[in-house]
Design a protein around this ligand. Structure first.
Ligand code: AMP
Length: 214
């Protein structure tokens, strides 16, 4: 039997993926929230899960350390997608990539007047492309978390971040001014693994596709 390694991140993606894995006959033997194990065995002796940071999932799959994985479109755009096959949108962990500003900041006028904006974000690639398409001049400031703080303390005029319920923006007196794109998580497969391990991977892919349709 061919061994398969699947890379996942804890939290939202793991929780939303568990039912899909179950549909493919795969169940983790440990809960990543309570276990400190980074490699989780499953009920199938040839399938194991590796638990990594969300932004590291494409890297593990790109280099073949994992055969497949699940990653958000936000993460995949920043990674660039090298050596990855992306056969399926799983429609999980859905949210929106947005531009947001403090309540008192007149974003629309600033853009109209051709102002140069300082944008704080984790998503440099996405932000660069978005503002280049709009013809807005920006200085991008890379942050690794809590982007919402940046405009409140004068680090940036605006942020580019994921918004789900909008509660985090509201709690920090920010408002969303533009949607850049809808985001969901996708199945990614190492291109070589897809060829060499097709017999084992294809039924998992088919079960995921059926479960997503329901
Ligand atoms: P919310 O308050 O529900 O709008 O959630 C916003 C916060 O959760 C922000 O800090 C986002 O970066 C984060 N977030 C929302 N949705 C996602 C997602 N699908 N994946 C990763 N982070 C998310």
């Amino acid at each position: 039997m061919t061994d398969i390694t699947i890379a996942l991140s804890k939290g939202r993606i793991f929780d939303d993926t568990a039912p899909l894995l179950k549909a493919a006959g795969i169940e983790a033997l440990d809960d990543p929230e309570s276990s400190r194990k980074l490699i989780l065995d499953t009920n199938r002796p040839n399938v194991r899960l590796v638990i990594v940071r969300a932004s590291d999932v494409p890297t593990y799959v790109q280099y073949g350390a994992a055969d497949m994985g699940i990653a958000g479109k936000d993460v995949l755009i920043e990674h660039g997608g090298a050596a990855l096959c992306q056969p399926l949108d799983l429609n999980i962990a859905c949210c929106r990539m947005m531009v947001a500003v403090p309540e008192g900041f007149d974003y629309e006028s600033a853009v109209r007047q051709g102002a140069r904006l300082r944008i704080a974000t984790k998503y440099l690639q996405t932000a660069r492309e978005h503002f280049a398409d709009k013809g807005v001049h920006v200085d991008l400031i890379k942050l690794y978390g809590s982007m919402e703080l940046a405009p409140l303390v004068g680090l940036a005029d605006a942020i580019v971040d994921l918004v789900s319920t909008g509660n985090t923006l509201k709690a920090n007196n920010l408002r969303a001014v533009e949607e850049i794109m809808p985001i969901s998580s996708r199945l990614i497969i190492n291109q070589a693994a897809l060829k060499l391990k097709q017999k084992t991977i294809q039924p998992i892919l088919d079960a995921f596709a059926d479960a997503v349709k329901q």
